[in-house]
Design a binder for this molecule. Structure first.
Ligand code: SAM
Length: 335
């Protein structure tokens, strides 16, 4: 069985699977700032069996890692069974999840027992009233979720923080210091112009390099050898605050694009296998699922061939940027 390689010679090793577009939060930068708590209908969602079948075919084509995302994956009531089914696929090395953490304290043990290896938890602020205003989250509940994840015994617990100039830039030192006493990997992610309005993006964007400078002003940061980095198939650059148990990471898709080493495809909750986060191009996997596994595998090959060389975020500064994904938000695509 041939591996998946795109037209630019990039090997596809990583599948991000959005299991729902439902979310219990309404982040301004993710859901366009317009969507209230959504508990949409689930009729158009891929079923657990369909998801497992797609992932099994992906594994046959050389996909090594799967990340479950959404929407909020813990909003799916069959999530533990789904993880169980995916974890049973012996060809996969890695299964991880990204969650907003709000429901995690109830699920962490069961997810870990079901075979989830790693978990990323979004935490944009430690200040209750700020989070409440941003997306309706509670930092206390997320911190409980983080604690539950640490106790459950996952291989690795990472925190995702999207840094925004006018919202949480003043908290990056406090957030980075969460990596000191606990084995937490705190990642600072650049805001992307996906699912947020152009003006919001231009006002709030701050580069990962600037955030790194702020953190370096407070702590002595040691670079980390590749082999010692927290496990993952993503593009983060990691450092360790001297003496810390965890690490701090920086992800710079806008200021330092890493498209040249992109190794991923994305399956949306309703069965589109997307070639790229930044372009609305993909293959109808739901249709492929009506046929045999060879149709599913063919859909993977076609999606790989559609991968563009890179995103076009640079145009946003020039004012020529047209959102190429219509109304699709990160929450719809699966961030
Ligand atoms: N509900 C889960 C969560 O909140 O982690 C998973 C889905 S969410 C879309 C996945 C990640 O995408 C989160 O870490 C979120 O902060 C990030 N994200 C959403 N919109 C973004 C944007 N415009 N730029 C950068 N990151 C974004």
């Amino acid at each position: 069985m041939g591996e998946l390689v795109d037209l630019h010679g990039r090997r596809i090793l990583y599948l991000r699977v959005s299991v729902t577009n439902n979310c219990n939060l309404k982040c301004a930068y993710c859901a366009g700032g317009t969507i209230a708590h959504t508990y949409g209908n689930r009729e158009n969602h891929l079923s657990s069996n369909e998801l497992i079948r797609v992932i099994k075919c992906a594994a046959k084509l050389g996909i090594k890692g799967v990340r479950i995302t959404g929407g909020e994956p813990l909003m799916r009531d069959d999530i533990v069974d789904l993880v169980n089914g995916i974890a049973a696929l012996s060809e996969l090395n890695d299964i991880s999840m990204t969650t907003n953490g709000m429901l995690l304290s109830h699920h962490a043990d069961a997810l870990c027992r079901a075979g989830l290896k790693r978990i990323n938890i979004s935490l944009d602020s430690l200040i209750e009233r700020k989070l409440e205003a941003l997306n309706g989250a509670s930092s206390l509940r997320i911190l409980e979720g983080i604690e539950a994840a640490l106790n459950a015994g996952f291989e690795c617990v990472k925190l995702n923080c999207v840094v925004m100039r006018g919202f949480n830039l003043d908290e990056v030192i406090k957030l980075a210091s969460l990596s000191i006493d606990r084995p937490l990997h705190v990642r600072f992610i650049e805001l992307q112009p996906v699912g947020c309005e152009r003006n919001f993006f231009l006002q709030q964007f701050i580069s990962a390099a600037q955030v790194l400078q702020i953190i370096k002003g407070e702590f002595e940061l040691e670079p980390i050898e590749r082999a010692d980095e927290p496990p993952g198939l993503g593009p983060a650059r990691y450092f360790r605050i001297k003496g810390a148990l965890g690490t701090v990471g920086f992800i710079a898709p806008v200021s330092e694009p890493f498209c040249i080493s992109c190794n991923r495809l994305r399956l949306t909750y309703d069965g589109i296998l997307r070639a790229c986060l930044a372009y609305n191009i993909g293959v109808d996997m739901k249709r492929a699922l009506k046929g045999g596994d060879e149709m599913v595998e063919e859909a993977f090959r076609r999606a790989a061939m559609l991968k563009p060389l890179g995103h076009n975020y640079a145009c946003i500064a020039e004012g020529t940027y047209e959102c190429p994904f219509g109304n699709m938000t990160m929450k719809e695509i699966g961030g």
